[in-house]
Design a protein around this ligand. Structure first.
Ligand code: AMP
Length: 561
């Protein structure tokens, strides 16, 4: 059996192609999406998917997500006991979802096709292949995500040239690809995007709106409260797909809130984000030298395109109603399955990328003064992901205080505004002998070429002192490295699947305990304890009774969280 895999930033999926039809293969919970999240439990067992996702609020330090953003980099994900590379974490996801598919289909998985973003470099594609190898999979091919989306809608079945647009708005990124389809070729002519634009930005805007409405300051909240509010914001966002008005109760560290929001308030909060969809669409069209009138179809991909306000804005920008009869979460996996079937039957289809873009944001650590008067570290992007390469850009910096004796330029690669979450590439230091602000002014020029080489030239604008560094971040594995990773992944203790349902219920209850108001916590705690005790009692009757009660309570909360 050959399967198509969408190894996504937020969720991963498996699809098969059968008799002209594509189908998603559900995971062990009978769900189509497996969250690309991995969590390490106290006893070092590993859980993958929705149980891990439930632990993001209660055990954020031991839970990893969105590691696809760092594929092919030297980023290390660290707990106190174990470390993982993005490739290893991806291998764990691949291993889990293919194992689930094998069981569900009751047949061996012979080969896989994996989708990757069109802007992935050779290094990132290689890292994806290595992840598959570490997961023990035989990869038949890699397909570009926008190409897969076109295949899922059978847009390749044409005897004339057609130009289409793929609009992908996921959890954290926005990508617009222009595809030219002709003579069994699908050519990605342009990709443009915004790496700080996705579902999370809507969540953040809604959370900020709530704070303003209830007299709180989002930036001053602790991380847990921020996560709680963002979680509730996401639930509200999804709810407004069908509802006009919603209400949520939540316990924050110092305050219990009853949040009420109507659809007008929701749309008002989302307006600035919706406006940001325009620029990348325009840039993709300009880069591809295409008039919007020449676009024959627009395909929607990614969970956030389910939002009615997003759909309307895309329709407005392209002047046509986008295709969305396939579930936008499933389009890429289904297309990967179509690609697998074409390859298997030796039907010729060339999947080409004609555009060279920088796959990561490259920037420097800077200090920003926020409204509370304090300095906060921020990543200042100099070259942004998806910019066409080769490219050269410069920013100027100045010391933040008089008497500062040096200007330390720390260079990072990655998409997270929180500096430490990105990959550190190196630093250049300029001495400021006089300690005066004006003498500290320094220009920093980044030049990024097609081979993924970053040249950084810094120049003090007063004394003209110049420094130059070449930064490479090529992280290919040797055969020995792969063999080591294989053993490491094989030796991992995956939490026994037969116990996973119980762990999922416990993790979900712990999350709800964290979220509910003070006066409700005791009830949730008691139920959880009852269930834990029942599990220790070895009595199936007790376990089932406690589980039934707990599930009933969770169901009630489900409507609220
Ligand atoms: P993806 O990266 O494509 O899996 O998309 C994940 C993003 O889609 C997350 O930010 C989700 O909150 C968002 N999302 C998923 N389903 C919906 C929905 N029904 N309405 C609005 N946003 C959604």
């Amino acid at each position: 059996m050959i399967i198509g895999i969408d190894l996504g930033t937020t969720n991963s999926l498996v699809a098969i192609y059968n008799d002209g039809l594509t189908e998603i293969v559900p995971n062990r919970f009978d769900e189509n999406l497996t969250p690309s999240v991995i969590s390490i439990l106290k006893d070092d067992d590993i859980v993958v998917g929705k149980t891990a996702r439930e632990r993001l609020i209660v055990a954020p330090k031991d839970t990893f997500e969105a590691f696809k953003r760092n594929m092919g980099t030297k980023k290390i994900y660290d707990t106190n006991k174990v470390t993982f590379t993005p490739t290893e974490l991806s291998a764990i996801i691949l291993k889990t979802i293919t194992e689930d598919a094998r069981k569900k289909l009751n047949t061996e998985i012979d080969k896989v096709v994996i989708s990757v973003p069109a802007y992935f470099t050779d290094t990132q594609r290689k890292a994806t292949l290595e992840a598959a190898q570490i997961a023990g999979l035989d990869t038949l091919g890699i397909v570009n995500e926008p190409t897969a989306a076109a295949l899922a809608y059978h847009l390749h079945e044409t005897d004339r040239e057609r130009i289409i647009a793929i609009v992908d708005l996921g959890g954290g990124t926005f990508d617009v690809s222009i595809l030219d389809i002709y003579d069994s070729v699908i050519e990605v002519k342009a990709v443009a995007g915004d790496n700080y634009l996705g579902g999370e930005d809507f969540d953040y805007a809604i959370a900020e709106f709530i704070c303003e409405k209830y007299g709180l300051k989002f930036d001053s909240l602790d991380l847990k409260d921020k996560n709680k509010l963002k979680y509730i914001a996401e639930q509200l966002k999804i709810g407004f797909g069908t509802l006009e008005k919603q209400s949520f109760d939540v316990q924050l560290t110092n305050i219990a809130l009853t949040i009420e929001m109507n659809i007008q308030e929701f749309e008002e909060a989302c307006l600035p984000i919706i406006a940001r969809l325009k620029q990348p669409v325009k840039r993709a069209l300009v880069d591809a030298e295409i008039d919007p009138m020449d676009i024959e179809e627009v395909v929607l991909v990614g969970g956030s395109t389910k939002m009615p306000i997003v759909k309307h804005q895309i329709a407005r920008l392209f002047g046509r109603v986008p295709l969305s009869y396939l579930n936008p979460d499933e389009v890429v996996a289904k297309g990967a399955a179509v690609y697998a079937a074409l390859r298997e039957k030796n039907i010729k289809l060339t999947d080409m990328v004609m555009t060279d873009v920088c796959p990561y944001t490259l920037g420097t650590e800077t200090m920003i003064k926020t409204s509370d008067g304090e300095y906060h570290k921020r990543l200042d992007p100099i070259i942004e992901r998806n910019m066409t390469v080769p490219i050269s850009r410069s920013h100027q910096y100045v010391a933040i205080e008089e008497e500062q004796k040096e200007l330390r330029i720390k260079i990072y690669q990655g998409e997270d505004p929180i500096v430490e979450e990105n990959v550190f590439l190196g630093e250049i230091v300029h001495e400021i002998r006089s300690g005066s602000l004006i003498d500290s002014m320094t220009s920093v020029r980044f030049t990024y070429d097609r081979n993924g080489i970053l040249e950084v030239i810094t120049q003090n604008l007063r004394n003209k002192e110049e420094k130059r560094e070449i930064m490479l971040n090529n992280n290919s594995l040797s055969k020995e490295d792969i063999a080591k990773c294989l053993t490491k992944i094989e030796d991992l203790k995956i939490h026994p699947y037969e116990n996973e349902e119980n762990l999922y219920i416990i993790s979900k209850t712990e999350k709800i305990y964290d979220l509910v108001k003070e006066d409700e916590k005791e009830k949730v705690y008691d139920m959880l304890m009852l269930f834990r005790e029942a599990l220790l009692s070895d009595s199936l009757f007790n376990v089932n009774k406690a589980k039934e009660k707990l599930l009933k309570m969770l169901e009630e909360y489900e409507e609220r969280f």
